[in-house]
Design a protein around this ligand. Structure first.
Ligand code: NDP
Length: 331
């Protein structure tokens, strides 16, 4: 069995040399445990924060220890009455071929509702992040105009389509390539722009038109957040989901420079962590299953093959190589 370890802490942009592929034994099972052969694993932007030695809402990864993260696999051996060989499970010990863990931490998933990979994306934490951010954090209401940054990514593409399914007046997305912008239009975004084409503020103003925006779902931070603050209507709301423009930067960010506008416009800016909304996971899962079935929400996936390519997949994710959810397929 192989695993990917953190070889050293990245400074700024991570590189291959920060990671190491290592041989690891498979420990014997204790009572209540399962042995899982991982088939799919998730790479996520939040993992970048865990590579720093900094206090956060999740503890940092340890140097010379394996990384962790969302994964799907097949139970090959079980010493728990709740799980049997052949079960497909979702758990948090990715970045390795085989995982041994307490059965309580491996959730059996129903692959007749959606394929296994969807539980790392639309049907999983990605989807919950988008839905909870929109409805519980940004207090989305029918008729709102919604701007989503990182809109062709995993969370962003869900946030936009969910807003539409819930009756948004207009959904606007930004992304980093013309191809992604075209994809956003196919997914039902009313307007979309490539943030490399010019200042975000000008492009957003044009996309929003005279009616402005009521909700901003922020995956990017920085100049995107500054632009949204300028264009938000009175009583506008921001779900602060992520700030990927800052994750690999070694300098503190200068934007947003116009935060004071929040006063006069009486804006609400609220940060959130998806796992704080876990109590809604059941409600969300049935909503999402319905949307997937009736086609109002569609999801894209970008697959990379091989555990040994997982570090590069993670690096490429932050450079925008993915459309939709970035997933590593294990042999
Ligand atoms: P994505 O699938 O969106 O992948 C990341 C994307 O970010 C890339 O594809 C790239 O797309 C874009 N990007 C990278 N650098 C920049 C930049 N400087 N400016 C604008 N866009 C950039 O990842 P996720 O959907 O998993 O995550 C999206 C955001 O949501 C992240 O900020 C993440 O941290 C956050 N998140 C927060 C959670 C929470 O609980 N609060 C839970 C899950 C995710 P492009 O080609 O368009 O540049």
């Amino acid at each position: 069995s192989r695993e990917i370890q953190l070889a050293s802490r990245p400074e700024g942009w991570p590189a291959e040399e920060n990671f190491r592929l290592a041989e690891a034994g498979v420990p014997a099972l204790e009572d209540g445990q399962v042995l899982v052969r991982n088939t799919l694993m998730s790479v996520d932007p939040y993992m970048r924060g865990r590579m720093n030695d900094a206090k956060s809402y999740v503890p940092p990864f340890q140097v010379d220890a394996p990384l962790e993260g969302g994964a799907v696999g097949e139970v090959v051996e079980s010493r728990a009455g709740t799980h049997k060989p052949g079960d497909t499970v979702l758990h948090n010990l990715g970045w390795r071929d085989y995982a041994v863990l307490d059965a309580k931490r491996a959730r059996v998933i129903d692959t007749t509702i959606a394929p296994a990979s969807a539980y790392l994306g639309a049907m999983g934490l990605t989807g919950l992040t988008a839905w909870a951010g929109l409805t519980k954090v940004a207090d989305f209401r029918e008729g709102d105009a919604v701007f989503v940054s990182g809109a062709a990514g995993a969370v962003g593409s869900m946030a936009g389509q969910i807003a539409k399914a819930l009756g948004a007046r207009r959904i606007i997305g930004s992304a980093g390539s013309d191809e992604k912008v075209r994809r956003l239009r196919e997914l039902g975004f009313d307007a979309a722009f490539n943030y490399h084409d010019g200042p975000v503020k000008e492009q957003l103003k044009e996309a929003a038109g005279a009616d402005g925006i009521d909700v901003y779902f922020d995956n990017v931070g920085g100049d995107h957040l500054e632009a949204a603050i300028s264009v938000l209507n009175k009583y506008g709301r921001v779900a602060m989901c992520g700030a990927i423009s800052a994750y690999n930067s070694t300098e503190p960010q200068s934007a947003p420079r116009n935060l004071f506008q929040a006063i006069g416009k009486e804006l609400t800016l609220k940060g959130f962590i998806a796992s704080s909304y876990n109590q809604y996971a059941g409600e969300f899962a049935s909503l999402m299953a319905g949307w997937l079935q009736d086609g109002s929400v569609r999801y894209d996936e970008t697959f990379v093959d091989g555990l040994e390519n997982a570090p590069q997949a993670f690096i490429d994710l932050m450079k925008g190589a993915n459309t939709g959810k970035m997933i590593v397929r294990l042999a």
